[in-house]
Design a protein around this ligand. Sequence first.
Ligand SMILES: [Cu+2]
Length: 494
Amino acid sequence: MPGDRPLDVQLSRRHVLQWGAGAALLGLTAACARNENTEAAIGPDSPQVRTFAEAESRRFPGGRPVAYELTAAQSDVDLAGTRTAAWLYNTQLPGPVVRANVGDRVQVRCRNQLPDPTTVHWHGLAIRNDMDGVPDVTQAPIPAGDEFVYDFIPPDPGTYWYHTHGDLQRGRGLYGALIVDDPAAPANYDAEFVVVLSDWLTDRTPTQVFDELRGGRMASMPDMTSAALGGDAGDVRYPVYLVNGRTPADPVVFTARAGQRARIRLINAGDDTAFRVALGGHRLTVTDTDGFPVEPVDTDSVLIGMGERYDAVVTLQDGVFPLVAVAEGKGAQGFAVVRTGGGAAPAPTVMPAELTAPPLTVADLQATEAARLPVLDPAVTLEASLGGDMNAYSWTVNGQAYPDHTPLTVHSDQRVRLVYTNKTMMWHPMHLHGHTFAVARMDGSGPRKDTVIVLPGQTVAADIDTTNPGQWITHCHNDYHLAAGMATIFSYVD
Ligand SMILES: [Cu+2]
């Protein structure tokens, strides 16, 4: 199959900007920096970003105004009768579904009632750079007690999500689904299940866990391994795994009628957990990943890394069925129920037969013709070498731990190949902001993605058309790896 063809990756010497000696140019300050060749980073406040935003407004003249409010605040959450401290949007876990049409003018007022600064990132959307929600890269973080209005136009339909980009804040509960509809494309399904998967700490905060990881105090943890992930499955074993903020003991129930076609929108909002997802008694027809369509392919289960999304369509049988999200390699699972008829719900520990065969991965997918990027030789090839190790709990890109970084510089209107090479013993779900790349293949069949699993020792190349000027972070979507530094900046320069 096309995904198995070796990719002939030609690495060229990366053009490294010569920043001034001793200058630790990070984030917003980079917008003002110039190198010897007077190449200036195109910052979020640049005229190029305004020009992009104006062009998007002209491209979607009929966009409706759509307004949301997200209040981020400390709140307790009730998990099967046990109250746990959390940080939530609008006191909900997950946060409310944000939904709009392609081309709408979306305005989201984020009120920060947390004790710390925060931001909101609109994961997967190619929107104007100054609304991307990355602290000190695209905006100053929203101070505690303050607010910020995000104002953007979603350019592509599909399944996305939003989450805080503050340090280790996401695992406290600051995430939700973001669905973009295309009014010109008729829905070919009768029911829709939005499924937000997450891992959940009950007795510690992500910051405490991170400190333990850094201090090497989790060394006694039993191994968590997965063949599908090429080794270590994760760094943290969680007390519970959630589906739409609910524990297996108190599962969410999706209802529909037998014979209906249901669209299942899977979103992995976890910090450190890949999920292997199956619906008992059904095969899944995968139709989209990361918001973009693929040639439909049938499978028993899918493997979904943190930050990824998969959409699948099923024709529902008559009865009650388990929707199981196995925490890959961790010996536990999230659980929900799909009900079209009478009968007792299955036990939350049920292991449907559909989980036996290897899960579908990105290698099994091809972009639809309409979703493909044209086959072009890249004008620029950039390397992102993923380094680090579990013992030191150091995670790096090109040998640097973010915020230390050397930007990966590009110009507008180029085909760029960004090559992620995993030199560690652990898998990393690598995410690029502001773009949906094509997983590079010789024949151009690679699916469009914004987050892609890179297995230990593997090289995955992302083909990118540079049509969205600004400063864009690319990082591992394991939130502990990001906190340790596995990130760099994909930087448009003039
Ligand atoms: Cu990682």
